[in-house]
Design a protein around this ligand. Structure first.
Ligand code: DO4
Ligand code: MG
Length: 276
């Protein structure tokens, strides 16, 4: 079952049929004591809606903060170690990959998040910008995973590599994050063979394509959530991006006009264009 946020209200979908959700507050849906049960009853008692409009999709976020985990895939560890080597920061990434405590960082507030079909930004003071396709968890205020979406943790690799202390500038800026197209409403862990795919096109031509699976994710989503909720309250719930396992080659940097498509099995495809 999927939950969509649109300019025209919230919709639940199952088996290709869409149902309008009477609850219009996204925050109340996220905080619901049984979101899945509530949406089931909406679908059981309602009629399929004729006014669901995919072109009017919005990012599936209300007042939730977006947080992110880093260096949770071996591919990310290697990329980070290489980019930070000259600054003497390479070892940090090796240590965090094997440490018990994960790397968690603040990523975005809702106003910084692009939705499906929207534009994501690259910084004008960055020379090396990449998308990071990440399985993203939706967590309710009680610390329970209630769904999954597709996330893009846009990153400035030259700024991050110059000095690990520049991480917040490499990661947090307007529209440095994209979420969507929907929430896969489920508390069950996704299968390890779930594939994450990234395609970047420039002027209509394929520029980069890569993929990974959740089998490569070193930490469990539940363990990441447990760390995030250790000393933080999230009255509206939170999103947690689980890290990237796909890194384009070092000579690749995003450019204005590029199209980024990220697909995660069972959830869907998030597409955004790049602006500067
Ligand atoms: O340590 C820097 C951030 C890494 C990251 O965002 C990732 O691995 O996805
Ligand atoms: Mg990332």
């Amino acid at each position: 079952m999927k939950l969509y946020r649109t300019k025209n209200g919230n919709f639940a979908e199952d088996g290709g049929k869409f149902f309008r959700v009477p609850e219009t507050s996204w925050d109340l849906l996220v905080a619901h004591k049984d979101l899945r049960g509530y949406l089931r009853s909406v679908m059981k008692n309602g009629k399929p809606a004729a006014d669901f409009a995919p072109a009017r999709l919005e990012a599936p976020i209300g007042s939730q903060e977006v947080w992110a985990a880093g260096v949770t895939y071996y591919r990310s560890r290697s990329a980070r170690m290489a980019e930070a080597k000259d600054a003497g920061g390479g070892d940090f990434y090796d240590h965090v990959y094997t440490a018990e405590r994960p790397e968690l960082f603040f990523k975005a507030t809702a106003n910084r998040v692009a939705g499906p079909g929207g534009s994501v930004r690259i910084r004008h003071d960055a020379k090396w910008s990449v998308p990071e396709p990440e399985l993203t968890l939706l967590i309710n205020p009680r610390g329970q995973i209630i769904g999954y979406t597709v996330g893009n943790d846009m990153s400035s690799r030259d700024i991050e590599g110059e000095n690990p202390l520049y991480l917040p500038q490499a990661k947090v800026y307007d529209r440095s994050c994209a979420l969507g197209p929907c929430i896969l409403v489920s508390s069950d862990p996704l299968p390890k063979e779930t594939e994450i795919r990234l395609e970047i096109t420039r002027s209509g031509r394929g520029e980069f394509a890569g993929s990974t699976t959740l089998a490569e994710l070193k930490r469990s989503p539940a363990a990441l959530v447990a760390y995030l909720f250790r000393e933080n309250l999230f009255p509206s719930g939170a999103f947690l991006m689980t890290g990237t396992g796909i890194v384009p080659p070092d000579d690749f940097s995003l450019a204005p006009g590029d199209t980024i498509r990220i697909t995660i099995d069972l959830i869907g495809t998030l597409e955004n264009t790049v602006v500067q």
